[in-house]
Design a protein around this ligand. Structure first.
Ligand SMILES: Cc1cc2nc3c(=O)[nH]c(=O)nc-3n(C[C@H](O)[C@H](O)[C@H](O)COP(=O)(O)O)c2cc1C
Length: 330
């Protein structure tokens, strides 16, 4: 049974990864309904939060039905991080997660995200200060290291645990790899197998089938799997992994009726949360996966992803259901 601080997150929990412009309240709700045990917000800039930047503040919205939920923040300046811990606390999350893994230039160049992997002492001291500043459990999400020659994740994990970090999610790539190549779970297993470690170690990177999740559990011995891209437009992934764990068999894929219903709810929740324009725009990226594999679907997908008004997108869903309602997904 894995525990994040005092929060019981079950046996081999499946965690929805923080994903910018993806892990918003509507999507988190769908993933939660489909079996995600812990969900995270997308990363939120500590500098944005303390400036009260509206876009950052909106990302703090969380809902009872999604608990336990972690709010993820990033930054590299102690004072801003501590101030943002206070702002985040006021939203009432269960967990505060620190992003020490984002590889993009605009974040890394400020020493934040994976940029901090070049200064492990700062990574540890920031974590320690944040742990001391809140009663909520602080967790960390990071990568294996800055590049292949500087992987010291076993030592880094020990040090983070020693200063009070309550769980660690490790993406099995270095910053230098960005998203290229295959995630390497062996160094994550090394962290887990260190007899000094007692906090949960969650594996992340390339879990895109129930078999891979099982491998992460049974072969690599990790405490849970954090799932990102495989869930985009496919919140059923969590339930499918659990079904496979329980039965050793693949669950039947969702029907067209279920897919259209999920897409409709997703869009409606997004509109309710952030208004029609943004809701329509930001839900687009999910449709390709919701309707993946249907032959001759291009015209319908195009209507879904190019319409600027909600009514046209809902109409496209209805048309798709009328035409492809009987489609058998593989
Ligand atoms: C669109 C997108 C946005 C992401 N945004 C974040 C983020 O805000 N915070 C974070 O820690 N990681 C972020 N990531 C990285 C994921 O959390 C995860 O580590 C990565 O995708 C590898 O896991 P996967 O193979 O299961 O997708 C993002 C990834 C994607 C694809």
């Amino acid at each position: 049974m894995a525990k994040i601080g005092t929060i019981d997150v079950g046996d081999f929990p499946l965690l929805l990864a923080p994903m910018e412009d993806v892990s918003d309240p509507p999507f988190r709700a769908l993933c939660k309904e489909q079996g995600a045990d812990v969900v995270y917000t997308e990363f939120i800039s500590s500098e944005g939060l303390i400036r009260d930047a509206a876009k950052s503040v909106m990302k703090l919205d969380i809902y009872e039905k999604e608990r336990p939920v972690g709010i993820q923040i990033f930054g590299a300046v102690l004072d801003s991080m501590l101030q943002s811990v206070e702002i985040v606390e006021a939203s009432g999350p269960d967990i505060i997660d620190i992003n020490f893994g984002c590889p993009v230039k605009k974040v890394v160049s400020k020493g934040a995200g994976a940029g901090i992997l070049k200064d492990i002492d700062l990574m540890v001291s920031l974590t320690e200060a944040m742990v001391k500043h809140t009663k909520l459990p602080i967790t960390v999400k990071t990568r294996l290291g800055w590049d292949h020659d500087s992987i010291r994740i076993v030592e880094v994990a020990e040090r983070l645990q020693d200063v009070g970090c309550k769980a660690l999610s490790i993406h099995g790539r270095t910053r230098a790899q960005m998203y290229k190549g295959e995630a390497d779970w062996a160094p994550i297993a090394e962290v887990k197998n260190n007899p000094r470690m007692h906090i949960p170690i969650f594996g992340n990177g390339d879990v895109d089938s129930p078999e891979k999740a099982k491998e992460m559990r049974d072969v690599y011995g990790l405490d849970g799997a954090m799932i990102g891209r495989a869930s985009i437009g496919y919140p059923w992934f969590f339930k499918e992994v659990k079904h496979y764990f329980e039965t050793g068999e693949h669950a039947p894929p969702p029907t067209m009726t279920e897919r259209v219903a999920a897409a409709r709810r997703h869009l409606q929740m997004a509109i309710d949360w952030k208004g029609e324009q943004l809701g329509v725009f930001e839900t687009r990226r999910h449709y390709t996966n919701y309707f993946k594999g249907i032959p001759n679907f291009k015209e319908h997908r195009m209507k879904m992803v190019t319409s600027d008004d909600a009514a046209s997108v809902f109409e496209a869903f209805d048309e798709a259901l009328a035409l492809f309602g009987d489609y058998q997904f593989a």
